[in-house]
Design a protein around this ligand. Structure first.
Ligand code: FDA
Length: 403
């Protein structure tokens, strides 16, 4: 005999648990199904184990989507302050780290426990680990799920199975397969918030800089006009053996289009060419020492070598044109990544279920009454800094209230 539920939520991650708790506390009979044995692994590893669970500045401007308006409704109805109120209710200590980013003082486990408690308050049922073998919509509009731990019938199904990043901890394309099964459109998924890589030959001189970090401005794409496709961030950059990482690069990776350059200002506070040209009379030191005043020594030395300049050259002897070239190389370093570290290292997946297929109020598929998509499965991708969890909470809440 199939077990009967009002709602089957597939995916016990951030969005799924929020949605299940809200629907269940409104009196719905809810089951949450996840193929993983461990609950909410992504929350557990997030924010270096302390979960950057929201960002107090979160607004539609912090999200990428083919339809930037789609996220407005859910985000405005469940705000970072609402989530902070829930965190306070559960007496979880938290602090702001940087630019509105809110972290647990102790452990991300506290957020998982909080969501579990909220689910328990609504008497949510669990099926974990549980594999879904088949999901069908019957003629009467209800859903039938064949799982490896029995049959389930549900009036509504919420797909909260996330995106493709970090397959090692259970990410699958389940949401995309269900979208395809029901004829719903997709925006091509690709890794986002991900380190960028360069071909081995062009990266060889920089590989030895692995471990060096510094604050930079980084930009890509066009920043002009109402249809601007690019972005610019001031954050820390980290050199790695294979390329570039750190918050600056993760942020820009979501906007980067293959084949195009990223432009990095390694010295955002100094107009290097102008400073060097004007300082020819007063800056007596050798070029290497001058540049190393502002940049890590190993980086300064490497950049001079790459540009064929001797570290012991006397500034006063250098032609202005050469100094301008060096200034350009440091204030506007233009490099074309050959790719990214992929889903293995990406924090999120850009793209997903096309928002034109969903109601922005309820997250229900327009063509398939009773079928909902929430969280990262949807083509709404946040910047780095707690925005992706805020979308998971807000979209989970929007669906939970509508069920
Ligand atoms: P989520 O991925 O959380 O949950 C999906 C669930 O579905 C999983 O439990 C999975 O096992 C299950 N599932 C998948 N396929 C299934 C199938 N076929 N059958 C059944 N179940 C299935 N964001 C942020 O705002 N602040 C942060 O600090 C971080 N930090 C961070 C660190 C790292 C290393 C990563 C990888 C990601 C982050 N993120 C983040 C992003 C954030 O974790 C992510 O956006 C949310 O977890 C998305 O929530 P969802 O509920 O949509 O998916």
């Amino acid at each position: 005999m199939a077990k009967q539920f009002d709602v089957a939520v597939i995916g016990a991650g951030a969005a799924g648990m929020m949605c299940a708790a809200v629907a269940a506390q409104q009196g719905k009979r809810v089951v949450v199904i996840d193929h993983a044995a461990k609950l909410a692994e992504k929350i557990r590893i997030s924010g270096g184990g302390r979960c950057n669970f929201t960002n107090t500045h979160a607004g539609p401007q912090n999200f990428l989507s083919e339809n930037p308006h789609f996220c407005k409704s859910a985000l405005s109805r469940y705000t970072p302050q609402d989530f902070l109120a829930l965190v306070k209710k559960h007496r979880i200590g938290y602090h702001e780290k940087h630019k509105g980013q809110q972290f647990c003082n102790d452990s991300a486990e506290q957020i998982i426990e909080m969501l579990k408690d909220e689910c328990a308050a609504g008497d949510v049922h669990w099926r974990m680990p549980c594999k879904i073998e088949q999901l069908e919509r019957r003629d009467d509009g209800s859903f039938f799920l064949q799982t490896d731990s029995g049959e389930i019938e549900a009036a509504n199904v919420v797909i909260a199975s996330g995106g493709l990043s970090i397959p090692k901890i259970g990410a699958t394309d389940f949401a995309y397969r269900i979208a395809k099964q029901f004829g719903l459109g997709m925006i091509e998924p690709r890794p986002a918030l991900v380190p960028l890589t360069f071909d081995a030959a062009s990266w060889a001189p920089f590989a030895e800089l692995s471990g060096i970090a510094l604050e930079v401005d980084v930009e890509t794409g066009s920043l002009k006009g109402r249809k601007a496709t690019g972005a610019r961030f001031r954050e820390d950059l980290l050199f790695t053996h294979r390329g570039l990482s750190g918050p600056a690069i993760l942020q820009i990776s979501s906007f980067w289009q293959p084949g195009t350059p990223i432009i990095i200002n390694l010295l955002p506070e100094v107009d290097l060419a102008q400073t060097l040209i004007e300082g020819k009379g007063s800056l007596k030191k050798q070029l290497g020492n001058i540049v190393a005043q502002w940049l890590p020594e190993r980086l300064a030395a490497c950049l001079l070598t790459v540009h064929g300049l001797a570290a012991d050259a006397r500034l006063a002897d250098m032609p202005d044109a050469q100094l301008r070239k060096l200034g350009q190389a440091i204030n506007a370093w233009s490099i074309v990544p050959n790719g990214s570290e992929g889903y293995r290292k990406a924090e999120v997946t850009r793209g997903g279920i096309d928002t034109r297929e969903l109601s922005q109020q309820t997250m229900m598929a327009n063509k398939v009454p009773g079928l909902y998509f929430i969280g990262e499965s949807v083509d709404v991708t946040g910047w780095l800094g707690g925005y992706n969890f805020q979308w998971a909470w807000a979209s989970g809440m929007a669906a939970g209230l509508a069920l």
